[in-house]
Design a protein around this ligand. Structure first.
Ligand code: OXD
Ligand code: MN
Length: 652
């Protein structure tokens, strides 16, 4: 197209255009085509459709990363097919012929999880990220100075995309155009990231149109899988640079920069990096909440539907709860989201939530027809599996999936033959994943893409607590609820670098995801409680499906029976007096939990017992945590909640 070439030449060489930065002039040529940027060829898409801010961002990043070519993603089926072919040719993915359009990726074994120790937030003042404590340094908030931030980029990014394609992914977190949604542009050199972002977010030309039309702000996300300093990729099918991996966030500029890892939690920048870390900082400024919460819709026997949001640390069964098949007859549970909620009070004072994601990036091990039949019905089409085991009949396998079919050989995630009896290591990596479109879930909620969001009646907080913590209790009020969130603890998970059986503090299940000072986050939550009337505030509950008896057996069956707990929660939302007071909060009154048709007998006394010794120790642990980790930034209200809890426990 001669005209296009002309336009491009003019843009790249005209000193006038360069001098003015050329917003309006570039706008003026928006219906023409631009086929190169900084001398780099655009192999898909048209830069003239991007708007000036996106244009400059790409221009700067091309100059820094020096890719061989640029591909602007349109989110089309043709584009997906091209990416799949490319990844197959590079050995990054293999077809799983047993299913429909399913693929298996195996990562470099050194690139299998989020790298929390290399994840940083950059601000001028450290205190905006890290709470100030008297003793030692708080480990809440990993701060990096602007100087070190710049140096980290300068050490890694110049020329990092040479020989590669830079993909430009325009994406929306949340339904495109919803007032609750936000837009991101991810620049990456990984086709795996592009394909996965196409599942996890809403990608494509519609987003660009919106950006251009409304001249909207967007979150800048730069990602490269990197190259080790010796230039050698151990595993060419999964390039990465684990020794220099770094994930940086700069809230002031709405900017994310990630280097060295292709693993989803570090590379699909819309998810934890944007929707939670940067999201929480935007939410604080704008007066809403960006939380690590699932959202589900529950319809009771009378047809009354409500929505609940729930925060659990990784590996507590969030996806299972979000997709639960209720065991109580007449109840229906529908899924809005399984990981992240963005919530805002509307003009009537009702808290409303959207799921900013478009897919599920779920942990595969433990997912089965028994634990989560709806996930099983979701994930065997249009899915990319990562680090699960493969079967000789073209399928996948993982621990807790049930038995592999007879006469089928299993190859573990490292590519070695695997045998259930003889191999003494897992077939699938404990943090192996499926990445599937949310729309495929048989119980996806009809309102899951509602642009106004769904009204939230209750907020659940929880953890994996083998001891001392009852099945459910209600916070006395919003402030007490915020205290419960601040005091959340859980057995450690496989999603992070370290795993083990320690009871870790994980306030609001956000410990790895705070974008700013946790003490200020608590103040923000407290201020949210003043945004509406007490009657309109969602009620807050703490749940624990994982309490065990002395013999180490779970006291509660969990899964579909958790709906019995949700039923009690809803009745409390209706102000039914089905509770008794206790030192830790409101417990179900005797016989108020609906146990109709429960298949096993449950020792309710043990399940709801509040051992004084245990709770006194718990308050000590919370106190120590608050002192050592939050220090002077702990809001006074939270301090008082702890004091009052201790006083109430003395009465036991
Ligand atoms: C996740 C996590 O991957 O919480 O969702 O770690
Ligand atoms: Mn999560």
């Amino acid at each position: 197209m001669p005209e296009a070439v002309e336009t491009q030449t003019m843009l790249c060489t005209s000193p006038v255009l360069r001098h003015f930065g050329n917003v309006s002039m570039r706008y003026g040529i928006q219906n023409k085509s631009i086929h190169s940027i900084k001398g780099t060829r655009i192999i898909n898409g048209n830069l003239a459709h991007l708007g000036p801010k996106v244009f400059s961002y790409i221009e700067e990043s091309v100059a820094l990363c020096q890719p061989d070519q640029v591909h602007i993603c349109d989110g089309s089926a043709t584009e997906s097919a091209t990416l799949l072919k490319l990844m197959q040719a590079n050995g990054t993915i293999k077809l799983l012929p047993k299913y429909e359009n399913c693929w298996l990726a195996n990562t470099n074994p050194s690139d299998v999880a989020r790298v929390e120790s290399r994840t940083f937030i950059c601000t001028e003042r450290q205190h905006d990220v890290v709470p100030r404590t008297l003793r030692g340094k708080s480990s809440l908030g990993n701060w990096i100075s602007p100087k070190d931030y710049n140096n980290a980029i300068a050490d890694r990014f110049p020329g990092c995309m040479t020989g590669r394609t830079m993909y430009v992914i325009p994406y929306s977190m949340g339904p495109i155009g919803s007032p609750l949604s936000k837009i991101g542009i991810e620049l990456t050199d990984s086709a795996y990231v592009v394909y996965s972002m196409g599942i996890m977010t809403r990608v494509g030309s519609k987003v660009l149109e919106l950006l251009m039309r409304e001249n909207m702000e967007f979150v800048k996300c730069l990602h490269s899988v990197g190259t080790p300093s010796n230039g050698i990729h151990e595993m060419p099918s999964w390039p990465c640079d684990p020794a220099r991996t770094i994930i940086l966030h700069k809230p002031e500029n709405n900017e994310i920069v990630s280097y060295g890892s292709g693993y989803g939690g570090n590379s699909l920048l819309g998810k934890k990096c944007f929707a939670l870390r940067i999201g929480s900082t935007i939410a604080q400024k704008e007066g809403w909440l960006a939380e690590h919460m699932l959202i589900l819709g529950i319809t009771d026997r009378s047809g009354h539907k409500r929505y609940i949001a729930a925060a659990f640390p990784s590996a507590c069964g969030k996806t299972n709860l979000a997709m639960m098949m209720p065991s109580l007859p007449g109840y229906k549970i529908e899924c809005v989201g399984d990981d992240i909620a963005w919530m805002k009070f509307d003009e009537t004072g009702q808290l409303r939530a959207i799921n900013p994601e478009n897919g599920f990036f779920g942990v595969a091990p433990g997912t089965s027809n028994e634990t989560n039949p709806n996930a099983m019905a979701t994930i065997f089409k249009n899915t990319i599996f990562t680090n699960v085991a493969a079967t000789s009949d073209g399928g996948v396998y993982w621990e807790g999936m049930g038995k592999p079919p007879k006469d089928v050989q299993v190859t573990d995630w490292l590519g070695q033959p695997w045998d259930k009896v003889e191999s003494n290591k897992p077939a699938a990596h404990p943090n192996s994943r499926f990445c599937s479109p949310a729309s495929q879930c048989p119980t996806i909620d009809p309102a899951w893409e509602s642009s106004a969001g769904v009204p939230i009646s209750a907020i659940l907080l929880g953890g994996r607590r083998p001891e001392g913590v009852p099945l459910v209790y209600q916070a006395n009020d919003w402030t007490h609820g915020v205290f419960l969130g601040a005091s959340m603890r859980s057995e450690a998970t496989a999603a992070a670098e370290h795993s083990g059986k320690m009871i870790m503090h994980d306030p609001f299940a956000m410990r790895p995801f705070f974008g700013y000072n946790f003490g200020h986050y608590l103040s923000h939550w407290l201020s949210m409680g003043r945004k509406t009337t007490p009657e309109k505030l969602p009620k807050i509950f703490h749940v624990n499906w994982f309490r065990k008896n002395k013999q180490g057996k779970f006291l509660w069956p969990g899964f579909g029976d958790n709906c019995r707990v949700l039923d009690w929660v809803l009745r409390r939302c209706d102000n039914e007096p089905c509770y008794i007071e206790s030192p830790i909060g409101l417990l179900p009154k005797k016989n108020s939990l609906n146990l109709e048709g429960l298949k096993e007998t449950v020792d309710l006394d043990e399940l709801f017992n509040i051992p004084k010794e245990f709770w006194l120790k718990e308050t000590e642990a919370i106190d120590k945590y608050f002192t050592e980790q939050v220090g002077e930034d702990l809001p006074e209200e939270i301090h008082f909640e702890l004091k009052h809890l201790r006083e109430r426990l003395q009465l036991l």
